[in-house]
Design a protein around this ligand. Structure first.
Ligand SMILES: [Ca+2]
Ligand SMILES: [Ca+2]
Length: 203
């Protein structure tokens, strides 16, 4: 009887010790894990941030590529339609911050009413829009998060053309710059996509 009481007391003591030990161990674990958890969360945030950034930069790059491709096509007409291929200032504000591109290739049927044959690109607020002329006159967002869009046109001697009336006939190349909205984490070089495109006059 005596020994049974002793065993009970002993087991209670062990159980008590274990619970206390567990609490201490958990507290210690918590203290040790807290900074690690912070590091993990920070790393995760960094990953999401860089992925978002990569996506944004990729989008700007893609938009630039597609726009310069349309510029290269501007003025093209296999059936010989006389076209003002590039209008460098469709909103007539005196700045080359937008562009209207016309071509007859989709299909080449003597008009510019078909898909992708009459496109105007411009920036309003922080979005770059594309306006489709022709039969389905629509305006759609083309790229979100754009600070500015700028075009420079050069003649065959590499001289900058400032007269909008001379761009359509004299420009053989253009420099296109898309500046993304200034995110704090963006490097200046990542925010700005700049590239030259050869125009049909230069063929
Ligand atoms: Ca303009
Ligand atoms: Ca056509």
């Amino acid at each position: 009887m005596n020994s049974l009481t002793e065993i009970k007391a002993e087991s209670r003591r062990v159980a008590g010790f274990s619970t206390l030990g567990m609490i201490v161990a958990l507290l210690l674990l918590g203290v040790l894990l807290a900074p690690m958890l912070g590091t993990i969360i920070a790393a995760q945030d960094g990953f999401v941030d860089s992925r978002e950034r990569a996506r944004a930069v990729g989008n700007v790059r893609y938009a630039h590529l597609a726009l310069t491709r349309y510029m290269r096509l501007a003025g093209s007409s296999p059936v010989g339609l006389p076209l003002p291929g590039i209008d460098p200032d469709p909103d007539a504000n005196g700045a080359f911050d937008d562009v209207r591109l016309r071509a007859d290739y989709n299909p080449p049927d003597g008009d510019t009413d078909d898909l992708g044959e009459d496109l105007t690109f411009y920036v309003a607020a922080d979005t770059m829009y594309v306006q489709t002329g022709g039969e389905d006159d629509t305006t759609e967002p083309y790229l979100i998060g754009v600070d500015s869009l700028a075009f420079e046109y050069f003649d065959r001697y590499g001289v900058l053309i400032t007269d909008p009336d001379k761009v359509g006939t004299h420009a053989i190349s253009a420099a296109v710059t898309i500046r993304a909205v200034g995110e704090r984490s963006f490097e200046p070089t990542e925010r700005l996509i700049h590239g030259e495109v050869r125009l049909r006059n230069g063929k």
